[in-house]
Design a protein around this ligand. Structure first.
Ligand code: SF4
Length: 170
């Protein structure tokens, strides 16, 4: 069985067709208007089933109790994990003020609403400190390219067509 979906392994959010057998992911490929031989293969996508079903994958919240050794985590329910985080928020706000708390965001699908939720939460909490991984990831590279070349530059594979304008190909 095939299903249309989106890959969330990185920020490109590629549209995909995934193959399922008995409800289990067995393969995935990018949707594209290009013929198969001209598509750029994604190495991460090639091993998507191994990533999805990796036995080490973290699927539940993990808590390291006070006094536990580094790396000594126990599984917890979402309710317990969220109560713990909310309690810490309140504690640090009361003790040091709201600006003592920073929210470090991960990547969110399409860089959209999920980022705004974190911003809004911190705004209501009273802290301007919403930060992300962009400064050590793509954003720094993007800004360096824009300041140096005027735009983000990309290497092109030998097989891919180069478009110069609407309907033009060389
Ligand atoms: S298919 Fe590859 S490039 Fe596209 S979102 Fe997934 S990991 Fe990223």
């Amino acid at each position: 069985m095939e299903q249309h979906t989106v890959c969330r392994l990185c920020s490109a959010c590629c549209p995909l067709i995934v193959k399922l057998e008995d409800g289990r992911l067995v393969g995935a490929e990018r949707k594209s208007f290009l013929p198969r031989e001209k598509r750029i293969q994604c190495p991460k996508l090639k091993v998507a089933p191994e990533i999805v079903y990796a036995p080490e994958r973290v699927l539940k919240p993990l808590i390291r109790d006070q006094g536990a050794l580094p790396g000594d985590f126990r599984e917890a329910s979402w309710d317990e994990a969220l109560d713990l985080v909310a309690g810490k928020f309140v504690h640090f706000k009361r003790t040091y003020g709201p600006e003592s708390v920073a929210w470090l965001r991960g990547m969110a699908a399409d860089w959209g609403a999920q980022w705004d939720y974190a911003n809004r939460l911190m705004n209501l909490f009273g802290s301007p400190n919403t930060i992300g991984n962009g400064s050590v990831c793509h954003v720094a590279r993007d800004m360096a390219h824009v300041y140096t070349y005027g735009a983000m530059t990309l290497p092109l594979p030998k097989t891919a067509p180069v478009y110069r304008g609407m309907g033009e190909e060389r």
